[in-house]
Design a protein around this ligand. Structure first.
Ligand SMILES: Nc1ncnc2c1ncn2[C@@H]1O[C@H](COP(=O)(O)OP(=O)(O)OP(=O)(O)O)[C@@H](O)[C@H]1O
Ligand SMILES: Cc1ncsc1CCO
Ligand SMILES: [Mg+2]
Length: 287
């Protein structure tokens, strides 16, 4: 490369970010054109936001959780999303059956271990679901740290994290290696790992923590993105987190608080265009 060429080419981090921007746009475009059917067995708080986030992104959500419907429905879905947020004894068999059915039909499935430390029942349920080999596990820092060590921590804190995502990277790596799943830790920076590579997503706004179930909704979006490229779950997960965070950033410019952010974020997710995605996706390799 001549001196002149060197001066003209962008620094490697910028090139890297552009590559991620193209990847995120390709996946979002795929979701819009193919409209993957995402079966969601998710908590009662999150159903509305998760379904609307999926619709705004172009996917097709279906909140189907009856055990009797799983043999017919799950193999026909493009991806499965399981979230234990409002876990009950009667729902757990559906979650397990759907996870097994998705795996048998070679459909990707994604686990959100909401408040895994809340009780021994919930921890054991999450460990039994991890044993059914999810393609992706997405949680906040406290959830990933607890699940990774199979130990209840912060049991009084409920669904919110009391740790920073950066402090859960090692836990995420060991959970990824032990489970075979890609593990995503959400927070100020989202970290995604397969146990070897770690990628950081820098999109998002802090006020997302003031809207309930935004973590649940982004996990639903991860399922839709992974349905597009099941063999590149790490990349698809990073792109889904970035697109969701970017929609929140744009929505934040119009929002007056959490309630209007929720509305504007959904509008922004629906309206994202190539130029915006290509220039504002902020994903970087960590190691
Ligand atoms: N401080 C922050 N700055 C920017 N974005 C953030 C911040 N904290 C969280 N987010 C974003 O908010 C979304 C939800 O992540 P969070 O870690 O709050 O999930 P969660 O605790 O599982 O949420 P919930 O249980 O309410 O669904 C993610 O897209 C994440 O990137
Ligand atoms: C508030 C709440 N409680 C159980 S699940 C849920 C949604 C956020 O995870
Ligand atoms: Mg959560």
């Amino acid at each position: 490369m001549t001196m002149e060429q060197q001066q003209q080419s962008a620094p490697p981090e910028e090139e890297e970010e552009k590559k991620w921007g193209r990847r995120a746009w390709a996946l979002l475009s795929g979701v819009r054109s193919r409209s993957p059917l995402v079966q969601c067995i998710t908590n009662l708080v999150s159903m509305d936001l998760a379904a609307n986030a999926l619709l705004a992104a172009g996917a097709s959500p279906a909140m189907v959780h009856s055990l009797r419907e799983i043999p017919d429905f799950t193999p026909a879905a493009d991806a499965l999303y399981v979230n234990v947020g409002t876990l009950s004894e009667s729902w757990l068999p559906s979650m397990s059956a759907a996870a097994s059915a998705a795996a048998s039909a070679s459909r990707p499935w994604v686990l959100d271990p909401v408040a895994v430390s809340a009780s021994t029942f919930r921890m054991e349920a999450c460990l039994s679901l991890v044993a059914l080999k999810p393609d992706v596990i997405r949680g906040n820092a406290s959830e990933v740290m607890a699940l990774s060590s199979a130990t209840r921590i912060d049991s009084t804190k409920g669904v919110d994290s009391s740790h920073e995502s950066i402090n859960a990277i090692e836990a995420a790596k060991s959970l990824a290696l032990a489970s075979g799943a890609v593990v995503a830790v959400s927070g100020a920076v989202d970290y995604i790992t397969d146990g070897h590579l770690v990628v950081g997503v820098h999109n998002g706004v802090a006020m997302l923590q003031k809207i309930t179930a935004t973590g649940c909704a982004v996990t639903a979006l991860i399922a839709a993105f992974v349905a597009m490229e099941p063999s590149s779950a790490l990349e698809a997960t990073a792109c889904a987190l970035s697109i969701f965070g970017l929609a929140a950033e744009i929505g934040m410019d119009l929002a007056k608080g959490p309630a209007s952010l929720r509305m504007h974020m959904i509008d922004s997710l629906h309206a994202l265009d190539e130029q915006t995605v290509a220039s504002l996706v902020r994903i970087a390799d960590v190691c």
